[in-house]
Design a protein around this ligand. Structure first.
Ligand code: NI
Ligand code: MN
Length: 217
């Protein structure tokens, strides 16, 4: 499977299907015709171009309802649930964050925020979305045994590097890819410092991807 990071929280998984997670990326161009889109929550820097893409889209009920009202073939689900679309498994897991859908200056509650554990081609990929550190990340590790964890490290709106180090240990995935940093000055972080600190203290490896970069996983 190939994993491409487009910056911020936007990631494409390319296996037997293409799955685009959180289609918002100011620094790189993501494909416009993925088989499936997954949206972690209603904030504009995650829902992004989900309406324009107009692809089968997995999201929490409130976001899915909004997308459906725009004509998007969205599939609603909620925390703790699993959906299988075109042979790809999406497990929706907790994220400690808020959600708000805004359009032309008017907004509505987007339900909650979520993360996904996506199963494809025998691999489990955890995308944490936007979240604070919470100890039930242990359960995500115990239940899903992710092979890869995509974790926010930007701080201010999500975990920063210190919390993400603990999150990585709770989840137990052998490989961590940092996301949601350096998009703007307010979430500036040095991912090399995060990598060095986590690799020095654990067996977990950290892969830093530049926007537009692809890793084979
Ligand atoms: Ni957010
Ligand atoms: Mn965000």
């Amino acid at each position: 499977m190939e994993l491409t990071y487009f910056g911020h929280s936007c990631v494409l998984l390319k296996g037997k299907k293409t799955v685009l997670i959180d289609p918002f990326a100011p620094d790189a161009e993501f494909p416009q015709n993925p088989d499936i889109v997954a949206v972690t929550h209603g904030h504009a820097d995650h829902m992004g171009a989900a309406v324009e893409l107009n692809r089968p889209t997995v999201a929490i009920n409130e976001v899915a309802k909004y997308l459906k009202s725009k004509g998007v073939p969205a599939e609603g689900m909620n925390l703790g649930g699993t959906i299988i679309l075109e042979g790809v498994t999406f497990r929706m897991v907790q994220a400690v964050h808020s959600s708000w859908i805004e359009e032309a200056g008017i907004g509505c509650n987007g339900g909650g925020a979520a993360g996904f554990v996506i199963g494809m081609d025998g691999k489990q990929i955890y995308h944490a979305g936007d979240t604070a550190l919470f100890s039930d990340m242990n359960l995500i590790g115990e239940l899903c045994h992710p092979d890869i964890a995509l974790l926010p490290i930007g701080g201010r709106f999500t975990m920063g590097p210190d919390e993400a180090m603990i999150a990585a240990r709770y989840i137990g995935a052998p490989l961590v890819i940092p996301i949601h940093y350096n998009t703007w000055p307010v979430i500036r972080q040095d991912p090399e410092k995060f990598r060095t600190a986590l690799e020095r203290t654990t067996d977990i490896r950290v892969k830093i991807l530049a926007p537009g970069e692809t890793a084979t996983i």
